[in-house]
Write a new protein. Sequence first.
Length: 242
Amino acid sequence: MEQTASWRRNSKVIIIVKPLQNFYTLNSKYLLALHSCSESFSIGLKDIENPESLAKWEVFNIGRSLSNKLFNCIEKILPRKSWKQINRIAVAKGPGSFTSTRLTISMARTIAQQIDCPLDSMSSFHLMAPRLYKNLDKNSINNPFWIKDILPRRGFVAGKYKLIKVHQESNFHEFSELISPHLIINEKEIYPSINVSKNMEKDIISLMNFSQHCHNLKVNSHWRATLPIYPTSPVDNKNNNL
């Protein structure tokens, strides 16, 4: 029988399914997920060939010190000697902190390039969609909706989403990002809408589920296609999800 352990320390969360001593094996092929679109840094890890039996994630509340602690945080989840066993990487590409998002995406792209593995990416708003859409009116739950974040004196950052399918076997809620997050001045343009609600624990799981789904479909996501979303940048970002 598999064992399950979970504990909380210093506002960090680790969930482990399977005895810890058996987590790292030479035969494991890992899916590594990275999410830093807030002041917390979330890392997820699972055995991509045994998705039902192995999962681990942790939330590091490190504020603006990510640049100094990025490598250490990843090594706490997956020792560097095991990085060659990474089979796929997933990263949240924003919107979020300019510096944190840039650092994490650069890290993900570098690892994916060096070990020649797929790199999946998804916007942080897209990751919220599976839990936020449940707040919609029942009659609207299958219709497109917006997720928005209010920027003081600048308007809104918003993206548009629609539920495509719930994959019960993998617990993956598939959404289409009809319009990627961008700056909007007039709130009347975004209806119906749901306010951003951050939950790094649930969103890192959503990111792992998305990447696992891509793996199951044999999607070959190239690292070059992963670019950060900066809605308030003077440069127009036209990023498409894979």
